[in-house]
Design a protein around this ligand. Structure first.
Ligand code: ADP
Ligand code: MG
Length: 449
């Protein structure tokens, strides 16, 4: 069995779903389990609906829900066989009726709880597969992915989930392609819950681990993990093989193609993860493996985390008093704000945060015993590669490549496979282009495509 996960862009329209059907059909002998995200940008649309509801714009959210239903109905009709139309309409009605009730609830409670529509897109995909001659069965993820009760950031209860997956899926997958929605799950007492960010990738990885899949394939809209974020730098190369540690580090520092928590269940069971392009299925993509990968280049890829805030905390005494750092971190911790990078000197601490929801409160508490400056519009640029730890002079090359730029902070992560710097957002593109030229002018053909 293999797990194939298709992201929003891979199922954004009827034409995209048809491509997906062809990709899955070509791999039918491997008994695929297909995990599907919400179609296209519908997750963002759900958030917009929730926002309208919270601001009491009743007409707006009713219209938005209506539009969303129309969109699903229109695209689905093009790929769902006639015989299943009535069933499709009924399911869409039920789903959007439930959504309308839920959103009205949001309007009353004033609380943002958009629920996944990955369930509906996976259902449409399963019907479409039938239409394209691929026997398929839809499995409600809530039957098999079991989480704790934390609201939108629920964590899986692995033993129960693995047990259910192993009991349910192999039987279903014997003669049909199993199709499941990503992101959505349920608590042990049957209440719908949703996995946190990167939810669908996480679902794919959990399913893969639960059924001991031969491989987990993450199908998306890029050729694989690239040497730089393509939204910031266009000339990146495909990385053919990368280690789990490197991939997790890249993901943590912004390589949105894969969410960090995703790879954990797969690593634990030593299941390879592939990143592949659903528009160019013939390209071999990126293989993420548990062992390290020999590479002549010191850096494998450059990740970026945008819109972060640099916080400079100066001790109001001449030198850092005993317990100063503990007091600082205790405040960030209490406000559930995680810190990505830290650098200290005798009298000050600089650190970066990406979630500024609690920044004002944090600032106020820090001001009780220090002076604080917050600088928004910064970015972290993170070089990742296992060879960084064995290669002297990497920092010197970074400073050389960026000599005309103000580097605000630099740090080598404890994992020893990254080296990160902070630059102003306005310098980001230039910084990435310069670093890419410095580290990827020659490429190890065994690793880069
Ligand atoms: P999906 O909807 O398929 O889950 P995502 O948008 O989550 O897709 O992830 C794919 C995107 O990740 C790409 O379109 C690309 O813009 C972004 N990305 C960021 N960094 C990288 C990188 N180093 N390599 C490849 N893609 C990257
Ligand atoms: Mg994604």
């Amino acid at each position: 069995m293999i797990v194939m996960k298709f992201g929003g862009t891979s199922v954004e329209s009827a034409a995209a779903i048809e491509r997906v059907a062809a990709i899955v059909k070509a791999r039918a002998d491997d008994h695929p389990i297909v995990v599907v995200s919400a179609m296209g940008k519908t997750t963002n649309k759900l958030l917009a609906i929730a926002n309208s509801a919270i601001s009491g714009k009743r007409e707006d959210f009713i219209r938005q829900i209506h539009d969303l239903r129309d969109f699903h109905s229109r695209e689905a009709r093009r790929v769902v066989p006639l015989a299943h139309r009535a069933e499709l309409d009924r399911t869409l009605d039920d789903h959007f009726q439930e959504m309308t009730e839920l959103v009205k609830g949001i309007a009353v409670l004033g609380e943002l709880t958009p629920r996944s529509i990955d369930a509906i897109s996976s259902y449409i995909v399963s019907l479409a597969f039938e239409h394209f001659g691929l026997p398929a069965v839809h499995l409600d993820s809530r039957r098999v992915i079991i989480t704790d009760r934390r609201h939108t950031q629920a964590a899986p209860i692995f033993p129960e989930t693995y047990k259910r997956l192993a009991e349910t899926i192999p039987l279903l997958a014997e003669h049909k392609v199993v199709v499941m929605g990503g992101f959505i799950a349920s608590t042990e007492d049957g209440v719908t819950s949703t996995l946190g960010r990167g939810g669908s990738d996480f679902t794919a990885s959990i399913v893969g681990a639960g059924i001991n899949a031969k491989e987990i394939q993450i199908w998306t809209d890029v050729d694989g993990m690239l040497t730089a974020d393509p939204t910031i730098f266009e000339g990146g190369h495909r990385v053919k093989t990368i280690s789990f540690e490197e991939a997790a580090e890249l993901a943590y520092f912004g390589a949105k193609v894969l969410h960090p928590s995703t790879v954990i269940p797969a690593i634990e069971r030593n299941i390879p993860v592939l990143i592949l392009n659903s528009r160019k299925p013939e390209i071999a993509g990126t293989r993420i493996v548990s062992e390290s990968v020999h590479c002549e280049n010191v850096v494998k890829s450059i990740a970026c985390k945008r819109r972060i805030t640099l916080v400079n905390v100066h001790s109001t005494r001449m030198f850092m008093a005993h317990g100063f750092l503990r007091r600082i971190f205790e405040i960030f911790d209490r406000h559930e704000t995680s810190v990505d990078m830290v650098a200290t000197s005798e009298v000050s601490v600089s650190l970066t945060i990406d979630n500024t929801a609690q920044a004002a409160r944090i600032c106020k508490e820090l001001s009780d015993f220090s002076s604080v400056e917050m600088e928004p519009d910064q970015s972290i640029v993170c070089l990742v590669g296992e060879n960084i730890r064995y290669t002297p002079g990497v920092a010197a090359r970074v400073f050389g490549a960026l000599r005309d730029m103000n580097i605000r902070m630099i740090s080598q992560g404890a994992s020893l496979l990254n080296l990160s710097i902070v630059v102003a957002e306005k310098d980001l593109r230039h910084a990435v282009a310069s670093l890419h030229a410095e580290f990827f002018s020659e490429l190890d053909p065994a690793v880069f495509g």
